[in-house]
Design a protein around this ligand. Sequence first.
Ligand code: 13P
Length: 284
Amino acid sequence: MPLVNMSDLLWRAKEGRYAVGSFSVANMEMVKGILRAVEETESPAIIQIAEVRLKNSPIELIGPLMVAAAENSEMPVAVHFDHGKTVEKITQALDIGFSSVMFDGSHLPFEENMMQCAEIAVTAAQYGADIECEIGCVGGSEDGSEDIAVNCSDPAQAAEFCEKVEMDALAVAIGNAHGNYKEEPKLRFDILEKIRDSVEVPLVLHGGTGISEEDFRKCIELGICKINIATATFDSVEKAVRDAYAESRIKGYYDLQTAEEEGAYQNAMKHIKIFGCAGKAYDD
Ligand code: 13P
């Protein structure tokens, strides 16, 4: 199964009423662990990296690895550039072969966000790639460096955005935030329902870490087709390594690598089951 476009996966998810996990990765062990879970469960999946993470995992190194992993997978896997901030890095991701990019203009005034998304959409289309946009503002920040306040999406603006900009996925802000939640998230399902009723495009939920199983299922019922998971993977990898040391299972470097992979695998398995995408790799 070759590397696929994200939109193929998301339209099928919308029709089938499940969500595709979009898992952030930082190294080869995470990619391998996640794709093992994907193969075992016969799921579609997206692997992604955000622009702010490139200082730790340079795109010229991790990008080709992600693309090769997707190309070598037996399952349909899209490779996504998450929270793209600059045209330079978005173009670099497209040159490497990412099959979709997000332009994060959530901090910009509405008109400016639309204008810049429209420009990036043209560039992405030249590569045959997809584009994700964001409306409103998801809280926190992808790498924890800022504590951005949640600004819930306006359903009327979402409709206008989708009318004016040709996009493949729209990220919504409904009380969700990046990173570990300081208190239990209270998602605005009323807003999500209104957005679902006013746009056709598949919807994306960022800030998946810490959202309850019940809330995930409700979001999926209300039109969420892609769910981003980052912190939960990093935490799971770290915990797997700590446990392995505590249980004296790490005797050398390769045991450490095995523990990292296992942490990413366990976390992906857990989310794939909740999202309902297990067994959906070939659902035509
Ligand atoms: P979490 O770190 O909360 O899982 O958020 C991930 C995300 O939305 C990446 O774009």
